[in-house]
Design a protein around this ligand. Sequence first.
Ligand code: AMP
Ligand code: ZN
Length: 473
Amino acid sequence: MTVRLGDTLTGEVRPLEPLEPGHVRVYSCGPTVYGPAHVGNFRAFTFDDLLVRYLRFRGFRVTWVMNVTDVDDKIIKAAAAEGVGIEEISARYSKVFLDDLATLGIRQPDVLPRATENIPQMVALIQTLLEGGHAYRTDDGSVFFRIASWPDYGQLARLERVDANEMRVGERVEADEYGKDDVRDFALWKGPKPGEPSWDTAIGPGRPGWHIECSAMSMRYLGESFDIHTGGVDLIFPHHTDEIAQSEAATGQRFVRHWLHNAFLQMGGQKMAKSTGNIERVPEIVARGVPARALRLALISAHYRTALSFSEESLDAATAAVERLDAIVAALAAYQSDAAGDDPTVGALLDGAREAFVAAMDDDLNISPALAAVFDLVRELNRRIAARSMSTADAGRALQALRDLDEVLGLLPPADDALTPELQALLDARAAARAAKQWAESDRLRDALAERGIAVEDTRDGQRWRRQVASRV
Ligand code: AMP
Ligand code: ZN
């Protein structure tokens, strides 16, 4: 079995054959740090994380790069509004971004390059394009990519038959872009303007355009040709279309093997977007009691190329699902059986679940049947726990099998979930009160634990505790 992945450019789903066998190089368009990202943005980033986790689970070495755009019009505007430098704005919202990644269980990319730290690489790329006749300067010190010099332009967005003059319909033409030779041409470098940050470089003073950032940073860390590039569908045109043109015009090589574009997270039937105003943010959702792992599940729960609707109902369903996972983990960890031997059906059950999970994910990360395999397994295990048919060792194997799959999903409570001494003392006191049949005292201690976010349950395996997912202590 091999991993098969889609590719927006060709419209195919085909086997992933990394350029370097066993080593997959992935570039994800990251955030523009001018404000806190919304959960729509985090649909893109949780998808990136799921992809990278799955490739690692399948034994690939993965080098994952995600850029941070820390110079752009919106950042400049935000800085001007507050009367501070762009560094202050980008440092503030980079931190918020990293905090949100951690909340959502998104592992940090191997490299998180910042645009402002890669200006020499962008300048070198622009110089190559100028020398090759693919770019030209305008009077104000800007440099534009000459689309007419690149006949393949627009394949990703299937623009072949679109009239040249319509190609950038809807895009605002900056007043300072009227010096362009062709309306379709896009800025690689923006000449200096009063009140804007500017770098003194070999191509003159100014600042980079957005598209060149991603070409320069991806090729710096992953090479001129690499395996996977991700981003939301809104980036297909113009951002990724322009990335392909300028990268391939400069290197003469195919830039990317698989383009993976996630569809939108919608709320109220529309794309979640700051401009529409229908946004929600990670800390706000968690603050109103939604477990972070439920939010993660809600964001990964549909195939990446299909639209996903975000609502209170979707969060409630995800919360219930995460509670089921917590309950099975607690039950398996506490399970003690005096069964003489192992249950002969457990091995096949665990293997079957893993096979179904892998078959689904190998098929272009088909998450719905993969999740169904996990929740079917949970149901079967609950049945065996109730029937006391498993051995203690079976329960240990089952927990390990769930934890293995969770390397991909990131939905289970952490394994090293040790209690504070205070909580442990309360649990011990409650167990003692029950043993002494002091029911009132035992109930009082149950309430005290509940107030601290610990739910206790009395089972045949004795008192069992788990964290109430909504409040972590
Ligand atoms: P930005 O910071 O605006 O460049 O966006 C960061 C990432 O989030 C990009 O890959 C966008 O395509 C993606 N994105 C923005 N809005 C949504 C949405 N509503 N659903 C899914 N992805 C989105
Ligand atoms: Zn990008």
